[in-house]
Each structure stands twice: as C-alpha cells, then as structure tokens.
Ligand binder design. Sequence first.
Ligand SMILES: [Zn+2]
Length: 301
Amino acid sequence: MPAREFVESGPVGTELFDTASARRSAHVLPDFVKGVLDGVPMTRTSKFLDAYKPDPFAPAGATGGHVCPFHGEGLFSDEELLQLLEAALSRGLHAKLHATADATVRQALEAVAVMRERYGDGPVFHVAHPEFVHPDDVARFAELSVVADASPVLWLPNPMNSVIAQQVQDHYMERIWPLRDLHDAGTLVAAGSDWPVAMEVPNPWLSIETMVTRRSPDPVFPGSLAADQALDLDTAIRAHTVNAARAMGLAERTGRLSPGMSADFIVLDRNVFDVPVEHVHNTEVRQTWFAGRLVHTAAAD
Ligand SMILES: [Zn+2]
C-alpha cells in the first residue's frame, strides 16, 4: 500500500492503511506499506553519498541537478520517514522502502533502527532495489533483520546500466547490486519482480540465471557486471522461493515443498541444476499447481 501517490491515483497513506483489514482475503494480504524514498540513478533522482558525475545528457547551460557536485535528493525527510513507519507499525503493518542508492539505503536503515527500539523484532522491513549499498552498511541489514528485495532483473549488462555508468562515480559500478556481500553478511536476499514497473514479463528464470552469471544472455550486451557479486545457483533459487516467502511473512505457508504447506509448485522442462547455467533463462514451465490445484498447463509442442 503506497504511502504517497506514485504510479496510480487513488487512496494512499493512512486513508489506505486503515482499509487493509477490509481488503484482506485468502490470497490478498495487504500487510505492507511502501515508501518510495528516492528515484532512479539514470535520471539523477537517486540519492548518493558520493556526488554524481557531471550529466553527459544535460542540455547546454543546464544548472541544478545536472551539474556536479549533485548527490540527488530524497523524497522523505528523516522525520517524515519515521512518521510513515510509525503509522504502519502502529496498525500492525510492515514496511517496504524503495531506496536505490547508498544515501537513502542508509536513511532507511537508520529509521529501522529507531523502529526496532520501539517495536522490537516483530515488524518486517524490506529495502527494495538496493543497487548501491555503502560497504559500512552491508552488515546492518542482518543486524537489523532488513530484507534485501532484489528486484527487478538489473544485475547484468544492459542499456540502463550503461546510462547509470555515465552518471555515477566509477567505484559505484564496481559494486553495483552487492548481492554476494549482502548474502555473505547474513542478509535475507529475496527476489522480486517489481512488476509491472520495470518488466513486461516477470520471468524468474532470467533473474535466477543472471544472479549467477551477472551476464546478459543477449550477445548484444557483452561482458559482466560486478561479477564478484554473483551468487551460486542454489542461493539464487532460494532467493526466488523460500526467502521470498519468508520476506512476506509466509514461511509457514509456502516457498517450500513440505508436509502441511500449501502445494504450490511447478513442473519444468529441465532440471536447472543439470544444465549449463547459461541455459537456465530458457527454462519452460510445463505445469503450475497452486494450493494443490493444477492451474496452468503449457500448450503441447
Ligand atoms: Zn520501488
């Protein structure tokens, strides 16, 4: 539930939060609020600790955010963020915070630390799209039990990252999407689609493969992106299954095949552990089962 108007118009903030229980059903779980703390690095709307490079796309004579030093601007003051989290947690809700660059990631972590003092270990916090995390802040994710919501599929060479490399200091690109650092520090890394914002088709196989390869399957975009932040295949699959369930508070209901859990599973055309990892993005789903019911069957070949 958005804290402020974002993609669509409609009720937001406490007006919306107060309707959560009325909107709840078996499979609609309005448990989280979302605060968008900054924008995206391509357009210099993410907030960084180290200034952007001068804007290579700035029109002649441009000023303000197009020149250097410019760090980007956050969308919430520290006080506004605490007010949002208080509004959420006092209603029994949890919080997902969009923070794409290191300054807003730090702001989010500071706010979570305050809320842990007030509310203890119960509330769940996510930082969504943590593309850039200061090395000093990596360990704080686990210390504060903050989920790293790895969404969407942007940890590979692509046009977006080419533009980002022109806008942010080079050292940032060397550690972009620090999923390995976060995982090794004990952070719950949970994959999400960010659908429909960033992807037309929320295909998890591309996401799983590229968490491991940090390469694009498309030869038009060669090379790798911060390859030492790669995860192994087992960890990438966990990020898309059990970790995502845990992140949503559904660990006792789904995310694993185990007696008593919801029978949510898929039948694949291959064992992804038996094929070269570069083939994982071509994986096809033959059947989809949800809560023990067959809900999708692929067309016959
Ligand atoms: Zn977001």
